[in-house]
Design a protein around this ligand. Structure first.
Ligand code: NAD
Length: 492
């Protein structure tokens, strides 16, 4: 699937009360495609006044939406699903154009979003409460209710998928949802918004507000925003979580990652070589589930040589996309230089990789492998967020598990082995929230929920699956006792 470069620019607007509009005094920022550097559009940076407008429109819509029966809400979301599938190619193109990923990766993100939507659509058939007679004539009942106006803040690396982790469940359970997409990739979000409008959801039930950090802060501070979902770097996740907690709001903030892939001598070569390379090069390493540290246990030189050779064969622009922007590319160059200066052996240097001829002017970096690193070096500890994997050599599985436990992040950890006992031990003792066994990108599929531990997540629970239902709803408890009136003879 080839990227089609657009001939017209997309000037993003906010979606407020069902119409595309933007306050006239807002600063606008130009958007450039990582593929070519060409200008592809612009995005407004919304201020507190604009946020007040969007929240007020959402609050008005929330009143009717919450009392609309779940099955009726689901009918509109079924229509949204149809439109998503019909437009998956275009959305995949749009996600690729603005984020730098390949078109296939862009489309895969849309389809993963459809899975979350399908889970949300199943909620209409679930019993949403329980009732018990807790003592003679007294019943207790629980009722699951929406929170009101809720907001989701998304990162650049999955323009469709991460918004779709939040939108379907939050809407299906009866909230009005405001999306703050990444200011680096707002175009695909606008296209999602148009499909939601086309599906017939009432105006204001779904809104989009563009902007950056200040916009997020104003959204968190707005008294009518009841709860937040956030996905991004750990520093921002911590900041949003703390701010929301101080305001007494519910927030679940997913952060960054330094995913450890543990390879032991008995690992299956095919699964391991493909699993490791796909994990650190997919989405050009710009995903929170990407392999970032390979912990090589014992004698695994043959496997590592084969990993280097497979990664060397990757063609930029065909197998792997671009880096989001010049600032990120420069940061990655500096991280590689520092790793080498610290003493790592550069087995593969992505800085030498050939940028695709048809995409001149883009921000490209090939797969990079830093071997024989010490665990305390930056390349072995920090999230690099690019197609760079660091290899640390250890003698035992015990050492590998200690390294994993010492890392402050806790998104994903994978073990590559042919022994069930080794796999079980890692699954039991690893500290991350998501564990892979011979899988390099262990993203749980619906209905299993997505979420890490440690500084990869601030707040309780997970963002998708049943975790999403918990996050976007609250339980009301109703205790009742009825008198038997002797004069109520009209029923018999
Ligand atoms: P980012 O933290 O820079 O931005 C994420 C969102 O937060 C954007 O919408 C941005 O406008 C906003 N923002 C940025 N700084 C902020 C601040 N200080 N306060 C409030 N809001 C702020 O992240 P990014 O560069 O867009 O995305 C990459 C990061 O996201 C990586 O660290 C990656 O691991 C992480 N990520 C995590 C997951 C996960 O599920 N854990 C998924 C995808 C990406």
């Amino acid at each position: 699937m080839q990227l089609t470069l657009p001939t017209t620019a997309f000037e993003c607007q906010n979606l407020i009360g069902g119409t595309w509009q933007t306050g006239i005094d807002l600063e606008r920022r130009d958007l450039h495609s990582p593929y070519t550097g060409q200008r592809i559009g612009s995005v407004p940076m919304s201020n507190a006044a604009e946020i007040d407008r969007v929240v007020k429109a959402a609050a008005a819509a929330a009143i009717t939406w919450r009392t609309t029966p779940a099955k009726e809400r689901a009918q509109l979301l079924f229509k949204f699903r149809e439109l998503l599938l019909a437009n998956a190619d275009e959305l995949g193109q749009s996600a690729a154009l603005e984020s730098g990923k390949t078109v296939a990766e862009g489309k895969a993100g849309v389809l993963k979003g459809v899975e979350v939507l399908e889970y949300a659509l199943s909620l209409q058939n679930l019993d949403d409460g329980a009732q018990l007679e807790v003592s003679r004539g007294v019943t207790c009942e629980v009722k699951r209710e929406p929170l009101g106006v809720v907001a989701g803040i998304a990162p650049f690396n999955f323009p469709a998928m991460v918004p779709m982790w939040m939108i379907p469940i939050a809407l299906a359970v009866g909230n009005a949802f405001i999306l703050k997409p990444s200011e680096k990739v707002p175009i695909t979000a606008c296209k999602l918004g148009q499909l939601i409008l086309d599906a017939g959801l009432p105006p204001g039930v779904f809104s989009i507000i563009h902007g950056g950090r200040d916009t997020v802060d104003a959204l968190v501070d707005h008294p009518s925003v009841a709860a937040l979902g956030f996905v991004g770097s750990s520093a921002a996740a911590r900041s949003v979580y703390s701010r929301a907690a101080l305001a007494g709001k519910r927030a679940l903030c997913l952060g960054g990652a330094k995913n450890h892939l543990i390879v032991v001598p008995d690992a299956d070569p095919t699964l391991t070589i493909q699993g490791v390379v796909d994990s650190f090069t997919g989405c050009a390493g710009q995903r929170c589930m990407a392999a970032s540290l390979l912990v090589a246990v014992g004698e695994v030189d043959g496997l590592i040589d084969a990993i280097v050779e497979r990664a060397r064969g990757i063609v930029l622009g065909r197998d792997m996309g671009a880096i989001i922007d010049k600032a990120s590319l420069d940061r990655l160059h500096r991280a590689i230089e520092r790793g080498v200066a610290d003493g790592a052996k550069l087995r593969l240097d992505g800085r030498q990789a050939k940028a695709p001829e048809q995409y001149g002017g883009g921000t490209w970096l090939g797969p990079t492998i830093l071997d024989h690193a010490a665990p305390e070096w930056a390349c072995a500890k920090d999230e690099l967020f690019g197609p760079v994997i660091t290899i640390v050599r250890v003698k035992t599985l015990e050492e590998a598990l200690s390294l994993e436990a010492a890392n402050p992040y806790g998104n994903a950890t994978s073990i590559f082995t042919t022994r069930g006992g080794v796999a079980r031990m890692v699954a039991d003792r690893a500290t991350s929230g998501m564990i892979g066994i011979n899988i390099g990108v262990p993203v749980p599929r619906e209905p299993f929920s997505f979420g890490g531990t440690k500084t990869s997540r601030f707040g309780a629970g997970d963002l998708t699956g049943a975790g999403g239902v918990e996050h976007w709803t609250q339980l009301k408890k109703i205790t009742a006792k009825w008198a038997q009136h002797s004069d109520a003879t009209w029923m018999s």
